[in-house]
Write a protein that binds this ligand. Structure first.
Ligand code: DC
Length: 218
């Protein structure tokens, strides 16, 4: 039997990660954070000092990359045996990830790696093209978004809480640049899959978003 899949797509900072992780936990399903795979490519590219214009070397590094996800209390990600968890969440990693994600050959190499996460009893898959390209036959699809202002504010608060210097206007402009790149690329752009439940979390709490998503499955 093919495992059921719930896809949660949307722009960065809409709360997909938190919602997906908690919904997966409630359902007892596996969780795929596809953004972390693109972020790992970004780190591999940086580690190998590859120029972002050098597509063939970026593709080679993607093909050679060995990724391990250790799901304990918190997620640990290892790239070629080395713990990269701390680097994954950096703004700079996200920006490079968005650039390497626009390369069709990179997406092609990563397709099967992502589909391999589909295992019983079920999978919650979080990303940009989960419902459109990676799991088009998913039984449950959500498009989770929020205004750029709200997403920037949330990101700003997270950084300040971690005592990291941050500038709200800069964060908003980076979010808008990333949205544009992710939505306008040729291959698998960020788009709402047909049949998706649309949720705008701008004025919602995480708990109420989770409730709406769980209602879809019940
Ligand atoms: O969700 P995130 O911020 O961790 O993703 C980082 C980048 O990776 C995002 O800007 C675009 C890319 N990405 C993608 O192209 N497709 C996905 N399914 C997930 C992420």
């Amino acid at each position: 039997m093919l495992a059921p899949v719930l896809t949660i797509d949307g722009p960065s900072g809409a709360g997909k990660g938190t919602v997906s992780r908690l919904v997966a936990k409630k359902l007892g399903w596996h969780y795929l954070d596809s953004g972390s795979i693109y972020r790992s490519v970004a780190i591999a590219v940086q580690n190998a000092s590859i120029d972002l214009a050098n597509i063939s070397d970026i593709v080679k590094v993607t093909q050679a990359m060995v990724l391990e996800f250790e799901c304990g209390d918190s997620l640990i990600v290892k790239l070629n045996g080395k713990d990269i968890t701390n680097q994954l969440g950096l703004e700079s990693t996200g920006n490079i990830a968005s650039q390497v994600a626009a390369i069709p050959e990179v997406r092609a190499v990563l397709l099967q790696k992502q589909q391999d996460f589909r295992q019983l009893p079920g999978l919650v898959a979080d990303g940009r093209d989960m419902g459109t390209v990676v799991f088009p036959d998913a039984g449950y699809k959500v498009f989770l978004t929020a205004s750029a202002e709200k997403r920037a504010e949330r990101r700003y608060k997270q950084l300040i809480e971690k005592e990291i210097d941050a500038n709200l206007a800069e964060i908003k402009s980076e979010i808008e640049t990333r949205d544009r790149r992710d939505m306008e690329r040729e291959t698998a752009p960020l788009a709402m899959a047909s049949g998706s439940l649309y949720i705008d979390s701008s004025e919602m709490t995480i708990d109420s978003v989770i409730e709406e998503v769980l209602n879809l499955i019940r």
